[in-house]
Every structure is written in C-alpha cells, then in structure tokens.
Design a protein around this ligand. Structure first.
Ligand code: ZN
Length: 148
C-alpha cells in the first residue's frame, strides 16, 4: 500500500470513528432515509435550507465504516452549497465510486478518498447510501430509499 492510499484509509477510519455532523436536526425542513440491506447500513439525512442554500446538514444512522465516513464527509462538503452545486457533487461522487463517467468532471476535493471503492463492488452501495438519501431530501421526497 502506498502512502497516498494509506492517507486515504486513515481519513475514512477517522471519519467513521468520529463522524462530523452526526446529530439530528429536529426542525429540519427536509430529511430522507437510506437503507442498504446488503450491508445493513441505515442513515437518515437532515437538511435545513435557506432559500436555495443548504444552511445546515446532518445525519444519523448506523452502518459500516464506509457508509459512516461517506455520510460524514458528505455533510462537510455539501454544507453551504446551493442545490445545483449539491446535485452536481452527488453526480460526481456517484461517478467516482462506480467508475462511470457522465462527463461531469470537476474537483471533488477530499471525497477522492472514496475512489478506491470502485474496486469493491459490494462496497459501492455503502458509499453512495447517504448521497441517495441526500438527493431524495433535496428533491423534497420523504420516506426511505433503498439501494436495492
Ligand atoms: Zn456498508
């Protein structure tokens, strides 16, 4: 394992052990839940909008290290974005972990740590779970989204 991979691994471990923004937003305008039956990951994403801006975002749930770290890094990345930028980031993250490219491009910053997930197909659903929930929350959908 080279140094870069090791660094990435450390960031995922750090975020899974000490998730950022892991709390409920009781009066969040929007929330959606994601469930990954393959792994048993469950995450609820809370979004508080200020007009078109994600003013606050948090998550609660239980799951494996990948799903927790992904949710944690997602909340850090998306906070303060408008819905267009957030939707683009969701697409870029999806492309990153699936290895697909829909021509979005653009910088994905720290989220690059999940690039290695594409080599582990069973883990892709763990990584995208919170992002699916976020997409639902931003769209104003309610209820649980399953990755199956
Ligand atoms: Zn998982």
């Amino acid at each position: 394992m080279d140094d870069v991979q090791e660094l990435y691994q450390e960031m995922i471990i750090d975020h899974s052990r000490s998730p950022r923004n892991s709390r409920e937003i009781p009066d969040a305008g929007r929330s959606a839940e994601g469930y990954n039956p393959l792994c048993g990951d469950r995450v609820r994403v809370f979004v508080e909008m200020d007009g078109d801006i994600v003013r606050d975002i948090a998550f609660q749930g239980s799951g494996c290290a990948i799903s927790t770290a992904s949710a944690s890094l997602m909340t850090e990345a998306v906070k303060g974005m408008d819905t267009t930028a957030a939707s683009e980031l969701i697409g870029r993250f999806h492309d990153l972990v699936t290895g697909e490219s829909r021509g979005g491009g653009g910088d994905i910053g720290k989220l690059r740590v999940f690039g290695g997930v594409r080599n582990f197909p069973a883990r892709v659903k763990c990584a995208v779970l919170a992002w699916h929930a976020l997409r639902r929350a931003l769209a104003g959908d309610v209820g649980t989204v399953s990755t199956e």
